[in-house]
Design a binder for this molecule. Structure first.
Ligand SMILES: NC(=O)C1=CN([C@@H]2O[C@H](COP(=O)(O)OP(=O)(O)OC[C@H]3O[C@@H](n4cnc5c(N)ncnc54)[C@H](O)[C@@H]3O)[C@@H](O)[C@H]2O)C=CC1
Ligand SMILES: CC(=O)[C@](C)(O)C(=O)O
Ligand SMILES: [Mg+2]
Ligand SMILES: [Mg+2]
Length: 329
C-alpha cells in the first residue's frame, strides 16, 4: 500500500519563512492563498492585471502585485493560472524576473509532463495536487478537515524538495486527510483520465443520457431530474462515507439486484474499451495536442457545448427546481 503522510509526519518549517508567490486567484489560487496564510505562511498574490481576481484578492485582505513584482524576491512560485496559460505567463512574466533558484510549484503536472514549460536547472520543481475543486479545498480547511492531495518532485536541487512539497500540503490542510507521493507522469495521466472518464465527462453524460431517455419516453422532466441528478449526490455521499458495500446496504434489495445486474449491461465491455482508448490518447499526448489547438483557436468547442447545455431541458428544469428546494422553508 502507498505510504500516506499525515499532519504528524510533516514539518511545516521547511516553508515557514519563505516568501510564497501565488500566481492566479481563481479556483485553486484563492484556496491556496487563504489556507497558506491561515497556516502562518508568507503569501503574496501575483496577477497580470487589475481585474476581477485583483478585486477578489483585495476583498480577502491581500495586496496583490503584478506577476513580475510578486516573483522578484519570491522563494516559491506557485502556478495557479489555467494550464493553457502557464507557458506564456512563465516566459513573459516569471522567467525574466524571478530570483535565481526559486522553487517552481504546480497543482497539476500538465505543463511539465507535456514539456510546455522547461524549468531552469537550478530550481526545485515540485507539485502539490489537491484531489478536489478549489472551493472545496477552502471549505474543508475552514471546517477543520482537509482534502487528499498528491505530491511529486520533478527536480530536487536543494535536496529538500519533497519535504517542502509535504509542508505546503500540510499548510493547505491536505495532510489532515492524507498525502501520497506520486510522479508528474502518474498525476497528470490519472487526473486527466479521472476528469474525462468519470468525474466530469462520464458522470455528466450518464446524467444527460438517462434524463433524455426518461423524458423521451414520456416521463415528467421534474421526476426525471429528481431521479437521475438530485438523488445521485445522495447516493455518491453514501459511497464517499463508507464505500460501495455501504451504499448497497442503504438501498433496497430491489435496487441492489437491479443495480448489480443491469449496471454491467450499461457500462459494458464496449464502454471499458472506450476508457482504454481515452487513456491511450492521454498517454501518447494526442489529447494534450488537441486541447492546445482548441485553446489556441479560442475554445470553439467548449463555448458551443456550454451554450447548448445552458439551453438544455435538464438545466432549465434543474434551475427552477433548485430555486424551490434549496429555499429555506
Ligand atoms: N480547478 C480546480 O479545482 C483544480 C485545478 N488544478 C490545477 O490548478 C491550476 C489552476 O487551475 P484553476 O484554479 O482551475 O484555474 P482558474 O481558471 O480558476 O484560474 C483563474 C486565474 O487565472 C487568471 N488568469 C486567467 N487567464 C489568464 C491569463 N491569460 N494570464 C494570466 N492570468 C490568467 C485569472 O485572472 C484567475 O486569477 C491548473 O494547473 C489546474 O489544472 C488542480 C486541481 C483542481
Ligand atoms: C477538480 C479537479 O481535480 C480536476 C477535475 O482535475 C480539475 O479541475 O482539473
Ligand atoms: Mg483533479
Ligand atoms: Mg484536472
Amino acid at each position: 500500500m502507498a505510504k500516506i503522510y499525515r499532519d504528524e509526519d510533516i514539518n511545516i518549517d521547511y516553508v515557514k519563512n519563505k516568501k510564497i508567490a501565488i500566481l492566479g486567484y481563481g479556483s485553486q489560487g484563492r484556496a491556496w492563498a487563504l489556507n497558506l496564510r491561515d497556516s502562518g505562511l508568507n503569501v503574496v498574490v501575483g496577477l497580470e492585471r487589475k481585474g476581477e481576481s485583483w478585486k477578489k484578492a483585495e476583498e480577502d485582505g491581500f495586496k496583490p502585485l503584478f506577476t513580475k513584482d510578486a516573483v522578484r524576491d519570491a522563494d516559491i512560485i506557485v502556478f495557479l493560472v489555467p494550464d493553457m496559460v502557464q507557458k506564456n505567463l512563465w516566459i513573459n512574466s516569471v522567467k525574466p524576473y524571478m530570483k535565481r533558484g526559486a522553487d517552481m510549484v504546480f497543482a497539476h503536472g500538465f505543463n511539465i509532463h507535456y514539456k510546455l514549460i522547461d524549468p531552469p536547472h537550478d530550481s526545485d520543481v515540485y507539485m502539490i495536487a489537491p484531489k478536489a475543486p478549489g472551493p472545496i479545498v477552502r471549505r474543508m480547511f475552514e471546517s477543520g478537515y482537509g482534502v487528499p492531495a498528491l505530491v511529486a518532485v520533478y527536480q530536487n536541487v536543494s535536496g529538500s524538495a519533497f519535504e517542502k512539497a509535504l509542508a505546503i500540503a500540510k499548510a493547505l490542510g491536505c495532510a489532515r486527510a492524507g498525502v501520497i507521493e506520486t510522479t508528474f507522469k502518474e498525476e497528470t495521466e490519472t487526473d486527466l483520465f479521472g476528469e474525462q472518464v468519470i468525474l466530469v465527462g462520464g458522470v455528466m453524460e450518464l446524467i444527460k443520457a438517462s434524463f433524455e431517455t426518461l423524458v423521451k419516453n414520456g416521463y415528467q422532466p421534474e421526476v426525471a431530474y429528481f431521479e437521475v441528478l438530485n438523488e445521485l449526490k445522495l447516493i455518491v455521499d453514501l459511497i464517499y462515507e463508507g464505500g460501495l458495500v455501504h451504499m448497497l446496504k442503504a438501498v433496497s434489495d430491489t435496487a441492489k439486484y437491479g443495480g448489480i445486474t443491469v449496471g454491467k449491461t450499461i457500462i459494458d465491455d464496449h464502454v471499458k474499451m472506450n476508457m482504454v482508448k481515452a487513456l491511450e490518447r492521454i498517454r501518447n499526448g494526442e489529447f494534450a495536442r488537441e486541447w492546445l489547438k482548441e485553446y489556441e483557436n479560442g475554445m470553439p468547442t467548449v463555448h458551443k457545448e456550454l451554450e447548448e447545455l445552458r439551453n438544455s431541458l435538464i438545466e432549465k428544469v434543474g434551475n427552477e427546481i433548485r430555486k424551490m428546494i434549496f429555499k429555506k422553508a
